[in-house]
Design a protein around this ligand. Structure first.
Ligand code: AMP
Length: 606
């Protein structure tokens, strides 16, 4: 095995990393360090966090810069946390070098206090793009003598909308600089930046995934979209030792899911951009020390999370961008530990899973959402395990033992055990008593759909007068239901009303959603199961006719907090749902309709 001394680094650096316990270079360091020390070319490296990339660029840069007080190296990173982490790592590596200063600058912190640190320019500046632009505009930094520019987690910086800032910053640096770009993924935009701002760059890939990715098991659970939250709770209940994150797409969803979990007695909290930096730090610290078991987070907020040994990453929704999935799942299975990345999907999303499989080069395994009985059993044995392993504090408890024994003397051993166990177990048994299997059974789902005459025609108060078009109708339905698994059939628009078909078993979902979120649309059932007679009353009829199974489902649904703040939720979700309506998955039932709508539009274009 190769050693750090063989890579050609200065003695002070070798000693410093050895003090940190680094015995041998990691693969990316083996490749990047000699490359950096032996020539003057640019570098594009495909590498994720956890591969040792900070030392891969940090050590050769520290080796090559001088102690002259000017900014010789600039490192750009997407988040404050990453900035601090990189800066601390570099400080550790350079602990034995004399006169080297490393300064991190990032948003969310008082800019004036950062000025002071820049009075005497550091040799290495680690910055987030936005704050750096601010400092450039205030003429607090001089980038004209930069020799090294590192773009770390370049894909994340673009995802966070820093492209323009990056390009501006690049323009302030001399063209003689060496540019090193690190990215976990290589979307086209990164390739473009590399082409425009880098010359004759060497490309290095260190695995396409995290060092620990082979330890990650990718599983999916398939349920109706309306049962997502129930599935989440059961997954958490089934894994009492979980320490993980739940990834949501929007801040609002993050808040809602976290609030519901807390209300339902889970040790959970939320991490999102509406929190102040101080609040975020508190939540992250609590999570780090395991005071919080389940952290519900948006993708952006989760980026700053530096917790390496998560047991689970739960994708509450599939991300729109498949590459986001690799980032999410890369948070588990690190440092040689096993991890699970779970996805909760509905049946229409299976194709998206296939796309992800191509990127992660692994297959998803379907797991069944545990039944109530499964959960109860798991919790019971978890408790027994805990009881077996509990440390008994003899000294303290011995004083009370005679009294306790006397009090319980009339109970047999079995009775004592069952009572102790019931203390905790009853909670689960009570909760899961009437719960049903929420897994989607694909076979029955298909046959259900094939059944003829199982459609319901709904009517809403929304017509040509309000400029309704089939597309806008779909937009409205998407926005109100927030459920892409609901299939919409024929749409008919009149001056005042729109009529649309849904499958009978999904009609209640639509009706409930409209009653709850958009009562002004005055939804009602126009026709049921091919019955041509229009009947406004059939809404109630359909409810009263529901069988036991459906009643159970309603009961479970009632457990959830439907009082969600509707007005604000609707407002904030607008951009999202518009996107959803365009990307709504097509199905046979739906295709027929789309062709009709698309034709006139195509003609117009020609
Ligand atoms: P990074 O990808 O830079 O975030 O590094 C991931 C982790 O690996 C950090 O905790 C580093 O301190 C650690 N690390 C980096 N290089 C080595 C090495 N050669 N040997 C052991 N640990 C390392």
């Amino acid at each position: 095995m190769i050693t750090f001394s063989e890579l050609g680094l200065r003695e002070e650096l070798i000693e410093a990393v050895s003090k940190l316990g680094f015995e041998n270079p990691m693969p990316i360091q083996e490749k990047v360090i000699p490359f950096m020390l032996s020539n003057n070319r640019d570098l594009v490296a495909l590498a994720q966090t956890g591969t040792g990339k900070t030392a891969a660029f940090g050590l050769p840069i520290l080796n090559l810069i001088s102690s002259e007080t000017k900014i010789q190296s600039l490192i750009l990173a997407p988040t404050r946390e990453l900035c601090i982490q990189i800066s601390n790592d570099l400080k550790n590596y350079s602990s034995l070098l004399k006169g080297i200063k490393i300064v991190p600058v990032y948003g969310g912190e008082n800019i004036v206090s950062q000025f002071k640190q820049l009075d005497i320019p550091p040799q290495i500046l680690v910055a987030t793009p936005g704050r750096l632009i601010d400092l450039i505009n205030r003429e607090k930094v001089d980038l004209s003598e930069i020799q090294f520019l590192v773009l770390d987690e370049a894909d994340e910086m673009l995802n966070m909308g820093f492209q323009e800032d990056l390009e501006t910053i690049l323009e302030y640096t001399p063209s003689s600089r060496r540019t090193l770009l690190f990215s976990a993924t290589m979307p086209k935009e990164i390739a473009k930046i590399a082409k425009k701002y880098m010359h004759d760059a060497e490309e290095i890939a260190v695995g396409t995934r995290n060092a620990g990715a082979d330890n990650v098991e990718h599983v999916y659970y398939m349920v109706q979209a309306a049962n997502r939250y129930l599935a989440l709770k059961r997954i958490v209940d089934m894994n009492p030792d979980m320490h993980g994150i739940v990834c949501c797409r929007t801040r609002q969803e993050t808040k809602e899911v976290a609030e519901k979990l807390m209300k339902d007695g889970y040790n959970a909290d939320a991490l999102h951009g509406d929190l102040s930096q101080a609040q975020r730090d508190t939540v992250m610290n609590k999570f780090r020390i395991k005071n919080i078991q389940v952290l519900v987070a948006t993708d952006v907020a989760a980026r700053g999370l530096d917790v390496s040994n998560l047991t689970h990453v739960i994708n509450y929704n599939l991300p729109d961008d498949v590459e986001v999935y690799t980032h999410r799942s890369g948070r588990t299975g690190r440092a040689g530990k096993k991890g699970v990345s779970c996805v909760i999907i509905h049946s229409r999303e299976r194709n998206k899973l296939r796309d992800i499989e191509k990127i992660i080069k692994k297959e998803f395994v379907r797991k069944m959402v545990p039944t109530g009985m499964d959960v109860c059993k798991r919790q019971l044995f978890h408790m027994i395990d805990k009881m077996e392993n509990v440390q008994v504090n003899n000294e303290e408890i011995d004083v009370f033992m005679p009294q306790i024994s006397a009090k319980l003397s009339y109970l047999s051993k079995e009775e004592i055990i069952s009572r102790f166990v019931s203390l905790e177990f009853n909670r689960f048994v009570d909760y899961y008593k009437d719960s049903e299997d929420i897994n989607i059974d694909l076979k029955t789902e298909k046959t259900e759909k094939k059944k003829k005459g199982k459609k319901v025609r709904l009517k809403i108060l929304y017509g040509f007068k309000q400029n309704a078009t089939p597309r806008s109708v779909l937009g409205v339905i998407n926005e109100v239901t927030q459920d892409k698994s609901i299939m919409i059939g024929d749409i008919e628009i009149t001056n005042k009303f729109t009529f649309f078909d849904v499958f009978e078993d999904q009609a209640d979902l639509v009706l409930e959603a409209f009653h709850r979120e958009a009562s002004n649309f005055k939804i009602s059932i126009a026709e049921k199961s091919g019955n041509k007679k229009s009947s406004e009353k059939s809404d109630n009829i359909s409810k009263s006719k529901r069988g036991d199974k459906e009643r159970n489902r309603t009961k479970e649904r009632d457990n959830r907090d439907y009082s969600a703040k509707n007005s604000s939720r609707k407002k904030e979700r607008k951009p999202d749902s518009r996107k959803e309506s365009q990307s709504r998955p097509m199905n046979n039932y739906f295709d027929e309709f789309v062709i009709d709508v698309e034709k006139p539009w195509r003609k117009k274009r020609r």
